[in-house]
Design a protein around this ligand. Sequence first.
Ligand SMILES: [Zn+2]
Length: 93
Amino acid sequence: MGSINFINCFILFALLFIARSLELLRNLANKQGEKLMIVITDPNYWDCDCDNNYIHKKSVTLSCPVCKMTEDECSDSRPNEIKLFYKDYKEKN
Ligand SMILES: [Zn+2]
């Protein structure tokens, strides 16, 4: 009967190992997904809460006179949106 117990133990460990591997793979897949979700922003510009003209240049203004939001409460702007407001804006690489 000893050999049957050994085989049972081996199968149990094998299953645990497979389950652990699958978990690691899933975590890895999630991390890859997060990387794709990262949005590139320009730290020189910020978005306020307005529906229009919500992109501000930090060197010009740090608070919006319309919605009263300030730069530190808001996120940085995305280069593709900055380009729509500032025609001469150049995306840095
Ligand atoms: Zn605003």
